[in-house]
Design a protein around this ligand. Structure first.
Ligand SMILES: [Zn+2]
Length: 333
């Protein structure tokens, strides 16, 4: 079983200095206390920096492990990929994930790219909050955003971004981020990805390569993403009912496969048309020979059914299997 680190939010209270009077007394009266005080600072500094996910090597941190229901007490879908202490790739930005992003210790100026699987609310609602936060950071380089094409019911990625930040967008007061000719800001660079039946590479820079494949999620244009970084492979199913061969191909030999546990075994109708049950997750994991499965997008209809879910997956896949919680950190060995 690979290591999971359960991380509390990075807390500034741990950096609060000891009582000032006690501090003064230690300095004046007692060398032993002074030494203790110095040790206290050293230990505190170590524990604070040690909370950061992915400080060495590659790691995937779950920012949101829930679905759209607020009663699941989880942020909605969002994941962060760290490399050597830097947050490099954000996948989806569901409601609550902006708070988790801050709690993780990440900064928007660190990101190389943002990916969207699709534009349902529980995968995208905190995007403007994240972008606004970046306003207070010193980001100079452009920020690529990749996501699906649109249709009659859903915006394309370029429409999604411009509907927020274009010169007629909801948040047009931040249009400097998007509109050519305005000065003083970095630029958001949205790209529509024509999801194909077979995986296709859409971005490559340095040690980072991103591939996508079209997946079936009812009538919603949706992508699954493969992130290759530092020689490691992390694959996100996004929301899909699992139909087709694209997802197993995309997930081939992945070090980490994040699958969405949105419906229990036996689901029917609309639920099943949108999401893959545990048996299908197990089938994809087995077919793709993935090395570790993480189940996320946990909803009220699957929470509490972990034993049943695991049993169904185990009929087809026998490797490491974990249920995600917000801020869990999965180092990729
Ligand atoms: Zn969805």
């Amino acid at each position: 079983m690979k290591q999971i680190i359960h991380l509390p939010p990075v807390s500034h209270t741990e950096m609060v200095l000891p009582n000032a009077d006690w501090h003064l007394g230690a300095v004046l009266c007692c060398d032993a206390r002074l030494i203790f005080l110095l040790l206290f600072f050293l230990v505190t500094a170590t524990s604070v920096s040690g909370q950061s996910c992915g400080s060495h090597g590659v790691a995937m941190q779950v920012l949101g492990s829930g679905g759209p229901e607020l009663q699941d007490k989880r942020a909605s879908s969002s994941y962060l990929i760290w490399e050597d202490g830097r947050a490099r790739v954000l996948v989806d930005a569901g409601g609550g994930s902006a708070l988790r992003f801050g709690e993780s210790g990440a900064q928007m100026s660190q990101l190389d790219v943002i990916l969207f699987t699709h534009f349902h609310v529980d995968h995208s609602a905190d995007f403007p909050a994240l972008i606004k936060s970046s306003w207070f950071e010193d980001r100079k380089r452009s920020l690529p955003v990749y996501g699906p094409m649109g249709n009659d019911f859903m915006p394309s990625t370029t429409e999604f971004v411009s509907d927020f930040f274009g010169d007629r967008g909801v948040y047009r007061y931040l249009s400097e981020l998007l509109v050519p000719g305005e000065q003083g800001s970095y630029r958001i660079q949205p790209h529509n990805v024509q999801g194909t039946a077979r995986p296709a590479t859409v971005f490559r820079a340095g040690n980072l390569a991103l591939s996508a494949v079209r997946v079936v999620h009812g009538g919603v244009p949706a992508l699954a993403w493969r992130v290759e970084i530092g020689g490691k492979v992390i694959v996100f199913s996004g929301d899909t009912n699992g139909n087709g061969e694209g997802l197993p191909q995309l997930a081939s030999n992945a070090d980490l496969f994040i699958a969405h546990n949105a419906v229990p075994e036996g689901a029917t109708g609309v639920e099943r048309n949108l999401h893959m049950p545990p048996s299908v997750i197990g089938q994809v994991a087995s077919q793709a020979h993935v090395k570790h499965v993480v189940l996320s997008h946990r909803m009220l209809r699957t929470l509490g059914k972990e034993d049943q879910t695991q049993a169904e997956i185990r009929k087809r896949y026998s490797g490491p299997l974990d249920f995600a919680n917000d801020l869990d950190c999965f180092p990729v060995q």
